[in-house]
Design a binder for this molecule. Sequence first.
Ligand SMILES: Nc1nc2c(ncn2[C@@H]2O[C@H](COP(=O)(O)OP(=O)(O)O)[C@@H](O)[C@H]2O)c(=O)[nH]1
Ligand SMILES: [Mg+2]
Length: 148
Amino acid sequence: MGPTGAGKTTFINTVTGSTKLQVSDELESCTQEVQLSDPFVFQDRNVVFIDTPGFDDADADRSDADILRMVSDYLTEVYRRKQTLAGLVYLKDISQVRMSGSACNNLRIFRKLCGDPSLRNVAILTTMWSTVNGEEAEKRHRNLGRGG
Ligand SMILES: Nc1nc2c(ncn2[C@@H]2O[C@H](COP(=O)(O)OP(=O)(O)O)[C@@H](O)[C@H]2O)c(=O)[nH]1
Ligand SMILES: [Mg+2]
């Protein structure tokens, strides 16, 4: 999960060694629907990433609430198929000094949705390190843990 352009699709393609999922160009977001990555094996488990449409989409005609609903409907379906959701990765662009209000809100909603016991399965992952001075990026990364 994460705002549009945070690098969700790129991350999934990189980890799965695939180019299956389409990465957006500078301005346009292309992940309009929830989509599945190629499966891969990690620690003897079959793993699939669920790529989600981003929030904060300037030209999207859907609100963040619509997207949240789409994701939760999808997860309900996954649950029905008795596939388990192992965790959630929230991507954040380290070059953005502050999280936008809406990104903060979404993160808060997700914390609520997940509930504290499952928070250990939620990871915050930062991207775009090459676009920021290394020391500055380290500092921002540390601040994330303090709710910055
Ligand atoms: N420099 C840099 N560019 C990235 C990184 N991750 C993604 N991008 C670029 O950022 C743009 C948006 O990426 P995308 O994966 O579509 O973001 P999504 O909307 O979160 O799925 C694309 O042009 C990617 O090539 C990263 O870690 N560093
Ligand atoms: Mg995407």
